[in-house]
Design a binder for this molecule. Structure first.
Ligand SMILES: [Zn+2]
Length: 64
């Protein structure tokens, strides 16, 4: 893929991704049936990677 608007022509207003019932994000691909965010429809486990910062605990405050 090139930079710019070369592939933007396919954006015809159709919403390809709908809300995922597992992660709640609009990343569930209608046609493929796979959530690009959590992998719903593809894997039973949550799609996550080690380099991905997953919200483990929100209390990051306090001290160094
Ligand atoms: Zn999902």
């Amino acid at each position: 893929m090139t930079k710019g608007s070369s592939s933007m022509g396919k954006k015809s207003g159709k919403d390809v991704h709908i809300r995922c019932r597992r992660c709640g994000r609009a990343s569930y691909h209608k046609i493929d049936g796979i959530c690009s965010s959590c992998g719903y429809g593809k894997t039973a486990k949550l799609r996550k990677y080690t380099w991905q910062k997953f919200e483990k605990r929100p209390n990051n405050r306090g001290g160094k």
